[in-house]
Design a binder for this molecule. Sequence first.
Ligand code: GLN
Length: 491
Amino acid sequence: MRLSGHTALQIREKLLSREIQASDLVGQLFKWIKDIEPNVQAFITTCEKEALEKAVEIDKKIINRQKVGLLAGIPIAVKDNICTKNLTTTCASKILQNFIPPYDAFVVKRLKEEDAIIIGKTNLDEFAMGSSTENSGYKITRNPWNHECVPGGSSGGSAAAVAADFSFLALGSDTGGSVRQPAALCGVVGIKPTYGRVSRYGLIAFGSSLDQIGTFTKDVKDAALLLQVIAGYDSYDSTSAQVSVPDYLQRIESGVKGLRIGIPKEYFAGGLNTEVGVAVKDALKLYEKLGATVVDISLPHTEYAVAVYYIVANAEASSNLARYDGVKYGYRTGESRGIIDMYCRTRSEGFGNEVKRRIMLGNYALSSGYYDAYYMKASKVRNLIKSDFDAAFEKVDCIMCPTSPVPAFKIGERANNPLEMYLSDIYTIPANLAGIPGISIPCGFSKTGLPIGMQILAKHFEEKKILQIAYAFERETDFHLKKPALKGSTG
Ligand code: GLN
């Protein structure tokens, strides 16, 4: 197997036992990326030179038997809405095309402290607004399993990078499903941690009461490893929780005997693709075989989740994006007549259509006279959605459901129909509204060979439980081991 086909934990062993060197690994990886990336387009920026320098530094440490971090020598890709010091961070927007952050996000600082090697910044829907990565201001990322299909979004570049073996690990952000949905569509593992579990310091804000940084990995153990590194309290994020971080890998093999799994009937209703439904139900049968009990539950306010989300997220986005005015940083229009004209032109030229649509909707929902009718009402229904979960978790230990109603769709298929695009996240959005953690793991393939993902949700701060449950399935199946057949640009 190519080295790039291994998991992060396997690579770590090889590096620490000196079977391989980080510099060789990074060299090989970039050769692979150069060959395959033209057909996938996962990255906005790559940083080969810096990655090689870091690799040489880590090789030296290992040879000299110096202490190294948890991710020593392991290449990782970072979504381009997470700030990296001295490395362009664009949010896939023209308005930030030349933005070079003077500081590292909390999670990036943690990666560096643990000796990970950042290999590049991945493509996304502009400001993380979208479900297909087609809204990027720069390029469309293609699904490694079928280049005519989308990788999902908004963290499509990170999901594709892991699925195509460009990177062992990747970071993304999830405001309404942007880690879990692309993970499902690309056949990799994606976690959205509890709101407050991972600091958002340095994550460029979209919907601040929903945003959370999450992980993409090839399997569940790697997810535990990466979450271990990025989780924890940070005084620079006022929403960061002072809750201790457990050892996520410890007892990950404990199994699911006696576990009660809730199946929400609302998540298996109309709109669910048959093949996805069958794959998830087969997975549930396996869980029963492993000793879990399946319990039918109801989350009655699910039908309002998408509407509530698009009021809350857009309202918060309209306020967060007000800072891009051409004055402080980022793009500024060439010529203008006065300051107001400069603002208008800068924002008209710098933002793409979807971002403009959301700023307008958000401002409308917050405007005087409409605030009560929309934002206030949405906030109240949001509480009902959260109460649905609280009530369900009285009866069950976790909830299982599909991650996305459909496997990867064709590029262009939903691009001109925002409403249809918004429905891509119908199963992921409720977890963000409630702030609870969720994971998506591979659980099957469609007849046309596209990956299918299943979602596991639990109470706040129960990431460890979610990982144990996910691992119980993964060790009995081989969906996560299948690889897309990738051909280089030269044939
Ligand atoms: N697809 C959703 C949206 O467009 C969620 C995006 C996200 O999680 N960043 O808002």
